[in-house]
Ligand binder design. Structure first.
Ligand code: CAA
Length: 385
C-alpha cells in the first residue's frame, strides 16, 4: 500500500523514515496483531525493536537519547503503527506523549539523565498515573495524598485506567498535598515502580486494545524523594493538562491508524466479494461508504497535522489538539462501524481485522479525555473572548 500521497511535504529523510516505519508495521507488527489481540500478550519484543528504531522517544532531544523529530512525524508514525496494531500504538503513544514529553518539558537535567534517557531510547517504559477510581474526567478532584516528610514525600492512594501500568519501569504520578484545594495542591512526581509501597493491584479485562495493559495502581506509604518532584510543588495540574494536550494528538493519530486499516480492509473486500454477479465495489451503496470513510478520515488527519504543526511552532495548541482528537476518534468509530457493514456477516467474525478495529476504535472516544471533555476544551477556548 502506498501511503505517500496522504503525507504532507516531506523531505527525503522524512520519507525514508516513514517508509522504514511502514515496512516495519506491515512486516513485523501487523502479522502478530491478531495473536496479541486474542491472547492479550504484551508485545514485548516489538516494543524492544521500536525502541531500537528510535520510536519510543521520537520528539525527545537527541542530547537525551531521543530522535529529535517533529510532532508531525510522530503523528504519522503513531498512525502507521496503530494501523497495524492499535494496542502497540497506544503503548508507544503513552511512552512518547505522556511520559517522555513532561520530563522533557518540566524535568531537571538530573531527571532527564536518570529517567528520560532510558525511556527515550526504549530501554525503559513509562506510564502516566492521573486518573483515579472516582476521578477520571475531573482530575482536579483527585484524592491520592502526598504528605511532606523529611527529604521528600509519602504517598498513599490509588490510580485507575493506567496504560502500561503493569510493565512500566517509571511512572509519572500525580498526588495532592491538600485535596480540598483541588488543582492548586497537586504535585507531579517521577516514581520508580520498583519502589517499596508501589503495587499493581488489578488489570482490566477490556473490549479492545487487549495487548496493552490497563492497570490500577496502589500506593502504601510510598516514599519519593525531593529529587522526584516534576515541575514545581502545587503545579502538577498544569503538568498534567499540558501533557494531555500533546497526548491527544497521539490518540488522534492512533484513531487515524485504526480508520486507515478499516478503509484498507473495506476496499480490498469490496473488490473481491461478488454479489449480484459483480464485485460489491461496483454498487453505489458501497462506493458511498468508501467515499465517506476516506473524506471523514482525511478531514480528521488534516486537523491532527494542523494541531501537530501548531505545537511544533511553539504556539498554544490545546484547542487544536482537542479538535483533532474529537474529530479523529468520532470518525474512527464511524468508519470502523461502516467497515463491518461493508463486510456484512464476515465483518462480524474474528477472521477479519475490521472486527478488531471496531473494538479498538471505541477507546479513542474515551481515554485521554472523552469526546465530551474535548468539546468542553474547544468551547472554553472559543468562548474566551
Ligand atoms: N495547559 C496548562 N494549564 C491548563 C490547561 C492546559 N491545557 N488547562 C487548564 N489549565 C490550568 C488553568 O489555566 C487553571 O490554572 P489557574 O488556576 O492558574 O488559572 C487550572 O489549570 C485549572 O483549569 P480549569 O479550571 O479549566 O480546570 P478544570 O478542573 O475545570 O478542568 C478539564 C478542565 C479540561 C475538564 C480537565 O479536567 C480535563 O482535561 N479533564 C479530562 C482529563 C483526562 O483527559 N484524563 C485522561 C487521563 S490519561 C488516560 O486516559 C489514561 C492513559 O493511560 C492513556
Amino acid at each position: 500500500m502506498d501511503y505517500s500521497k496522504y503525507w504532507p511535504n516531506l523531505d527525503d529523510s522524512q520519507k525514508a523514515l516513514m517508509e522504514q516505519i511502514y515496512t516495519f508495521a506491515s512486516e513485523v507488527v501487523a502479522p502478530k496483531a491478531s495473536h496479541h489481540d486474542e491472547t492479550g500478550d504484551f508485545p514485548k519484543e516489538i516494543i524492544k525493536q521500536m525502541g531500537e528504531m528510535g520510536l519510543m522517544g521520537m520528539m525527545v532531544d537527541e542530547k537525551w537519547g531521543g530522535s529529535g523529530l517533529s510532532t508531525v512525524t510522530y503523528a504519522m508514525a503513531i498512525e502507521a503503527i496503530s494501523a497495524a496494531c492499535a494496542s502497540t500504538g497506544v503503548i508507544m503513544s503513552v511512552n512518547n506523549s505522556l511520559v517522555c514529553a513532561p520530563i522533557s518539558l518540566f524535568g531537571t537535567d538530573a531527571q532527564k539523565e536518570k529517567y528520560l534517557r532510558p525511556l527515550a531510547s526504549g530501554q525503559k517504559l513509562g506510564c502516566f498515573a492521573l486518573s483515579e477510581p472516582g476521578h477520571g474526567s475531573d482530575p482536579a478532584g483527585l484524592k491520592c495524598r502526598a504528605e511532606k516528610v523529611p527529604g521528600g514525600y509519602k504517598i498513599n492512594g490509588s490510580k485507575n485506567w493506567i496504560t502500561n501500568g503493569r510493565e512500566a519501569d517509571f511512572c509519572i504520578l500525580f498526588a495532592s498535598l491538600n485535596p480540598d484545594l483541588r488543582h492548586k495542591a497537586i504535585c507531579a512526581f517521577i516514581v520508580d515502580t520498583q519502589s517499596k509501597g508501589f503495587s499493581v493491584n488489578k488489570l482490566e479485562n477490556k473490549l479492545g486494545i487487549t495487548a496493552s495493559s490497563t492497570a490500577s495502581l496502589f500506593f502504601d506509604d510510598l516514599f519519593v524523594s525531593d529529587e522526584c518532584l516534576l515541575g514545581k510543588e502545587n503545579e502538577g495540574f498544569k503538568v498534567a493538562m499540558g501533557t494531555l494536550d500533546g497526548g491527544r494528538i497521539g490518540i488522534a493519530a492512533q484513531a487515524l491508524g485504526i480508520a486507515q486499516s478499516s478503509i484498507d480492509q473495506s476496499k480490498k473486500f469490496a473488490m473481491e466479494r461478488e454479489q449480484f454477479g459483480a464485485p460489491i465495489a461496483k454498487l453505489q451503496a458501497i462506493q458511498f461508504y468508501i467515499a465517506e470513510m476516506r473524506t471523514r478520515q482525511q478531514g480528521a488527519r488534516l486537523l491532527t497535522w494542523h494541531a501537530a504543526m501548531t505545537k511544533d511552532q511553539g504556539l498554544p495548541y490545546s484547542q487544536e489538539a482537542a479538535m483533532a482528537k474529537l474529530s479523529a476518534a468520532e470518525n474512527c468509530m464511524w468508519i470502523a462501524t461502516k467497515a463491518i457493514q461493508v463486510h456484512g456477516g464476515y465483518g462480524y467474525t474474528k477472521e477479519y481485522a475490521v472486527e478488531r478495529n471496531f473494538r479498538d476504535a471505541k477507546i479513542t472516544e474515551i481515554y485521554e479525555g472523552t469526546s465530551e471533555i474535548q468539546k468542553l476544551v474547544i468551547a472554553a477556548a472559543e468562548l474566551k473572548g
